[in-house]
Design a protein around this ligand. Structure first.
Ligand SMILES: NC(=O)c1ccc[n+]([C@@H]2O[C@H](COP(=O)([O-])OP(=O)(O)OC[C@H]3O[C@@H](n4cnc5c(N)ncnc54)[C@H](OP(=O)(O)O)[C@@H]3O)[C@@H](O)[C@H]2O)c1
Length: 294
């Protein structure tokens, strides 16, 4: 069999599942599909997919089974159904969830005789099947490598490690990066708009700032990994004074100051713990323990 002869099954045909099944079909894989609302399979069946009569029937196809539904509760409900024999199946669960759910579901599926990889889709449905679609996997490397030629049809597929929780952790870490960058940009946009600067004008500057800060990450990561934070560029107490300016400026021009206050409160706690003369990444110590949100 060449790569494209490998049979694939996709369970869950929401926006993402349909895109995944469509990419397998486009790459020439014999593709079996199943969805609770079976009408969502119609366009895929028209393109050559086989509609399974049940989850059990879908799993019997052999090869590789991808499941992509709303949440892990739905995954367990579907795969736990009485006719869904998992013995001998290889499952890749691309449903979003927590690392704990991923590890627990891996143990659950493996106890039933399945090989299980967890995954996270870092892309929108329209990007599936292109290099822009990054899809993360964690679990046994041998299982990932065995199916990599098939998974390549979906986009840029990446293996993270044996811990099944890794794909979910990278997923939420990526979201934290995305929302933090966007919120910082929105804060600046709100400030600049009070002086008549439109969002597009500021976006050009903000993009340079974001790229510049991104370049600091490898050096800062080295400090975190070594656990030593000499102030080579600036000390935390210098940063904290600039944070106070950001709060004052926001309040003075009538812009929301909640985010600047949150940023400063973490720096203040770090300074109170004796880190004022160290460099910014020492804040990892604040991020690594439960916060004061309760
Ligand atoms: N869309 C995106 O841009 C995107 C990006 C990255 C990751 N994801 C992740 O991909 C997963 C699917 O997202 P989606 O956008 O495809 O969602 P969606 O369009 O809302 O589809 C949800 C799918 O889950 C099925 N489902 C939900 N509960 C079920 C249950 N109890 N039993 C059987 N089937 C059930 C639905 O079946 P019915 O059709 O019968 O309702 C449908 O196939 C989510 O975990 C999401 O976080 C999505």
């Amino acid at each position: 069999m060449d790569n494209t002869d490998t049979p694939v099954t996709v369970i869950g045909l929401g926006l993402m599942g349909r895109a995944l099944a469509g990419a397998f079909l486009k790459a020439g894989h014999p593709t079996t599909v199943w969805n609770r609302t079976s009408s969502k399979a119609d366009p895929l069946v028209a393109d050559g997919a086989r509609l399974a009569s049940s989850v059990g029937d879908a799993l019997k196809t052999g090869g590789l089974t991808i499941i992509c539904v709303t949440d892990y509760e739905a995954v367990r409900e579907l795969l736990g159904a009485s006719d869904a024999g998992l013995d001998g199946a290889t499952l890749i669960n691309l449903t979003s969830g927590s690392s704990g759910q991923a590890r627990e579901t891996a143990r659950w599926a493996e106890r039933r005789g399945a090989r299980y990889l967890d995954g996270a889709v870092m892309a929108i449905p329209s990007a599936i099947g292109t290099d822009e679609a990054v899809i993360l996997h964690s679990g046994a490397q041998a299982d990932f490598e065995a199916h990599r030629p098939t998974l390549d049809a979906l986009g840029t597929v990446t293996y993270l490690g044996a811990d099944h929780g890794l794909a979910s952790l990278y997923d939420v870490a990526g979201l934290a990066m995305m929302w933090s960058v966007l919120n910082a940009w929105l804060q600046g946009t709100a400030l600049l708009r009070t002086a008549g600067v439109d969002a597009a004008t500021y976006a050009t500057f903000a993009r340079q700032m974001a790229a510049g800060v991104a370049d600091w990450l490898p050096g800062y990561a080295e400090q975190i990994d070594k656990g030593a934070f000499p102030a080579e560029v600036s000390a935390m107490e210098t940063d904290a004074r600039a944070m106070a300016h950001l709060i004052e400026e926001s309040e003075a021009v009538g812009v929301n100051a909640e985010l600047p206050k949150l940023i400063k409160s973490m720096a203040d706690r770090s300074i109170a713990a004796g880190h004022g003369k160290e460099q910014y990444p020492v804040l990892i110590e604040e991020f690594s323990k439960p916060g004061n949100d309760h």
